[in-house]
Design a protein around this ligand. Structure first.
Ligand SMILES: [Fe+2]
Ligand SMILES: [Fe+2]
Length: 156
């Protein structure tokens, strides 16, 4: 008999990570605001680069953890097609976020090296990534609730 992960432990870990993401997003947005308002911008780009780099690493770990949980759910023969499609869409979004955050880190890094400034589209691209991530987390929360209480009957 397989040892199933403890659903409350999964729930706790995901909630802790989502809280940490929301805090990281607020820190990054505060850094962007500080940059807009301050005349003393020395070091700001490096701070953003370090924040983004750390945020990207955390996201990758988080995505892998979520995807391993979804793979267990998808192994269930009676998983409704709509739920499979929902999981597939969220997994595609993870791929998109991985690419976008890597592009942002790489563009920021090379721009700081060559011009000591942010890339022209950086703030807009980052804001749109953070907004899309927030929507993604809402969608996951809805899927998790539906899976737990309406269709899967939990992870056991
Ligand atoms: Fe996710
Ligand atoms: Fe998530």
């Amino acid at each position: 008999m397989n040892a199933s992960p403890d659903p409350s432990a999964i729930d706790r870990r995901l909630e802790q990570e989502h809280v940490a993401f929301r805090a990281a997003v607020r820190e990054i947005q505060a850094e962007l605001d500080r940059r807009r308002q301050s005349r003393d911008l020395a070091g700001c780009g490096e701070t953003l680069l370090a924040q983004l780099d750390q945020f990207g690493a955390r996201l990758k770990t988080h995505f892998e953890y979520e995807e391993s949980g979804w793979a267990r759910a998808e192994a269930s023969a009676d998983l409704p097609p709509a739920t499979r499609r929902w999981i597939d869409a969220l997994t595609c979004q993870h791929d998109d976020f991985r690419v976008r955050i890597e592009r942002l880190v790489s563009a920021l890094s090379s721009s700081l090296l060559t011009t000591s400034s942010l890339p022209a589209t950086f703030e807009g691209d980052l804001s749109s990534l953070l907004a899309d991530l927030t929507q993604h987390e809402f969608s996951e929360a809805r899927l998790f609730q539906r899976s737990m209480f309406e269709e899967l009957g939990g992870f056991d």
